[in-house]
Design a protein around this ligand. Structure first.
Ligand code: FAD
Length: 511
């Protein structure tokens, strides 16, 4: 034994999970199921739920049926609708943290500012905003993809004297009744917000840069008697989950990634959406303005039976002329029309694959490599959407090319399976270091790029879609071009030899 081997080194925790949204909660539940008790969940806010804690705008609901948009091993028989409202998702997050005894593992108001890997002890040292430090063998990064609101870059917005709100920072004390409202943006959030507010405000100007594809929403209330059946006979709910998952998988995954092989799937979705529009909007000129000029799937489509109809109302105006500037009390478009408003609501989405957002803090791996900088220079990439060479003992839920579109929960479950296979294997080998091999990463990345060429993203006139799926490199790293079945299989069977396992020279005390 060398002199160094006599040094005893015990990290504060074995696993530091960063973020207490559903990804962090999912990772925490799986830690407990695998008898890993030495873990913390670090959350910068004062509550759990991430997206569903921060987004409380009127009309918020899931856009994937709730039977599918939930953990497979934690069905919730209490969903009140097929597409549950946002508050029920927040409650689902609260209930899971109690049921799985996660609260004692969560440290609220704990903002991770930086994490540095130490190559000799094989530990991550986390620097927290409160000045404290924490060491961990592994990091599971669960800081979300859509958490940092993006405000529009509009000349004069700072001088506006009325109210300005982003949809992810809703001010419930501000009464919109009888107000003149400008809504900027017509993405998935606007689709829910516009019909919820239209009947309550004096006037609503909806500023549209890019129209959105919308399919009819097969939503309905779930009566109490059905909830009771789900509770007593969980198989009934699992069968519905299978159906809604097949539906989501067909529309949101298969149609998009197998576009070259099955173009008719996308074409029939486009036809269904256009028929829907025809039925919902009376005025042909308005219909034309609301018709997307890019292909279905280039940006996230939505489901609604109310959004398009709202534009038939006399107090709702669709404005396609781009905004030139904002004054103290109005919005002026490029054509020179000035419209006075009391409030500007920015339904302008979030930062996605860009530096400073994913990861949301500085992550320094081997030889001073910083993850955000690496991706910025060398394109977003991660083996199986979870591990990056030079960043040992780090698992990203999600990393680039991780999300197979049918539901975020599906991604969480399979990414945690992957991370746990690595951690459990390291424990078996008494290893303290798990790093994906460069070759394995390159193989995965090349394969993804090749497959991406055949998806809807590069074959269906996406140029004008202004889609958050695309980043500055022209890549679409948000979605993994693979079916859910393949992702499930890979998470359980990826070759462990794709990873390097090593043991530190320091002796480790039990966690
Ligand atoms: C309005 C909205 C609706 C959506 N609807 C759907 C849907 O219907 N279907 C679907 O499949 N997907 C949907 N999504 C996408 C996705 O499913 C959700 O965003 C999901 O809840 C993400 O969960 P998460 O845990 O990965 O991330 P988040 O919910 O974003 O949670 C991340 C957590 O990490 C914390 N955090 C971040 N940085 C740090 C740091 N440095 N230190 C400590 N803590 C940190 C944040 O405070 C947050 O609590 C939606 C997204 C949004 C924004």
């Amino acid at each position: 034994m060398t002199a160094a081997a006599t040094i005893l080194l015990t990290p504060d925790v074995e696993v530091a999970i960063i973020g207490a949204g559903f990804a962090g909660i999912g990772a925490g539940m799986r830690m407990r199921q695998n008898a890993i008790d030495s873990f913390v969940i670090l959350e910068r806010a004062a509550d759990v739920g991430g997206t569903w804690r921060d987004n409380t705008y009127p009309g918020i609901a899931v856009d994937i049926p709730s039977f599918t948009y939930s953990f497979s091993f934690e069905p919730n028989p209490e969903w009140s609708r097929v597409f549950a409202p946002g508050q029920e998702l927040k409650k689902y997050a609260d209930d899971l943290t109690i049921k799985h005894a996660l609260r004692k593992h969560i440290r609220f108001n704990t903002w991770v500012e930086k994490a540095v890997f130490d190559a000799s002890s094989h530990l991550w040292n986390l620097h927290l905003k409160n000045g404290r430090r924490l060491s961990a063998r592994y990091i599971i990064n669960a800081t979300g993809g859509l958490i940092e609101p993006k405000l529009p870059d509009l000349k004069g917005l700072a001088d506006f004297k009325g109210k300005v709100m982003h949809t992810a920072r809703w001010d419930h004390n501000y009464d919109l009744k009888g107000k003149r409202v400008a809504i900027i943006g017509t993405g998935a959030t606007s689709v829910q917000l516009v019909p919820s507010l239209a009947g309550n405000v004096e006037r609503m100007d909806v500023y549209q840069r890019t129209p959105i594809w919308i399919l009819p929403k097969p939503d309905r209330e779930i009566p109490r008697w059905m909830q009771r059946i789900f509770k007593r006979l969980p198989l009934t709910q699992s069968s519905l989950r299978l159906l809604t998952t097949l539906y989501s998988e067909t529309v949101m995954v298969v149609a998009l990634i197998y576009f070259e092989q099955l173009p008719n799937l996308v074409k029939s979705a486009e036809r269904a959406a256009l028929e829907h529009l025809q039925k919902q909007v009376d005025n042909p000129e308005l219909r034309e303005k609301l018709t997307p000029k890019y292909g279905f799937g280039c940006k996230r489509p939505s489901f609604s039976n109310e959004y398009w109809k709202s534009f038939n109302r006399s107090n709702v105006h669709l404005i396609t002329d781009p905004i030139a500037s904002v004054t103290e009390n109005s919005v002026i478009t490029k054509a020179g029309t000035e419209r006075e408003v009391d409030v500007i609501i920015c339904a302008t989405g979030f930062k996605v694959f860009e530096r400073g957002n994913l990861p949301s803090y500085e992550l320094i791996g081997l030889n001073g490599h910083e993850l955000g900088e690496f991706w910025d220079k060398h394109r977003y990439q991660a083996y199986e959407g979870i591990s990056v060479p030079n960043f040992p003992n780090l698992f990203l839920i999600p990393g680039p090319y991780a999300v197979s579109g049918s539901s975020w929960f599906f991604m969480i479950e399979h990414q945690t399976t992957h991370a746990l296979r690595c951690i459990v294997e390291a424990r078996k080998r008494s290893a303290t270091y798990v790093e994906v091999r460069q070759q394995a990463n390159d193989r995965y990345f090349e394969n993804i790029l090749e497959r991406q060429k055949h998806t809807v993203f590069y074959n269906n006139d996406c140029a004008t879609s202004n889609s958050y799926y695309f980043n500055k490199h022209g890549d679409a790293p948000f979605l993994r071009p693979a079916s859910s079945l393949e992702v499930w299989w890979k998470s359980q069977n990826f070759p462990l030899k794709d990873y390097i396992f090593k043991t530190t020279q320091y002796e480790i005390r039990a966690y």
